[in-house]
Design a protein around this ligand. Sequence first.
Ligand code: FMN
Length: 171
Amino acid sequence: MAKIVLIQGSLNPNSKTAIIVDETVQVLNQKDIEHKLIDLRNLQLQFCDGRKLEQYNEDLQNAYKLMEQAEGYIVAMPVYCYSVPGPLKNFLDITCSAMEKKCAGIICNAGGVMSYLASSELMKILSYEVHVLSVQPTVYSYGEDFEEGKIKNPKVISKIHDMLNSLLQII
Ligand SMILES: Cc1cc2nc3c(=O)[nH]c(=O)nc-3n(C[C@H](O)[C@H](O)[C@H](O)COP(=O)(O)O)c2cc1C
């Protein structure tokens, strides 16, 4: 059973959100913490239309099963229009019932420094819909935190450690 399931929510092939997620996975490996990654770029996504889970494709059903078994989550969102991007929201519409009453750490990656509160949109969805509490701090990054496909701001890496420590204390 995966203790932590990470959900990488950008479909961009050159995603910066995915860079933060990769770093988080490395820290989990160093700490020897069991985890599984769901990268939305690797799934065949279908639109949520209210059908039963069994009527979605295998990728979505498998993702749901993985999420059901987890003790906690790390949900990584790029910021689109000051909010959760459509594909991630759609994925959560289909699968978030698997997360009921557990805890999540949040990674939020934006273009600019001012979009921090977009992460509260994700917190609201998780909290109101499935009573998932989000731990603090949120890991926030934006364009200037990266250089040549790597994280250049040490504060971002330190936030990853802080977020993970908070999550691990709870689960
Ligand atoms: C449709 C769209 C809307 C965006 N809206 C915002 C925004 O509201 N605030 C912001 O800071 N950046 C915004 N951005 C920039 C993205 O957050 C930025 O490119 C980020 O790196 C995306 O994450 P990714 O590289 O993992 O895909 C937007 C980008 C797109 C494509």
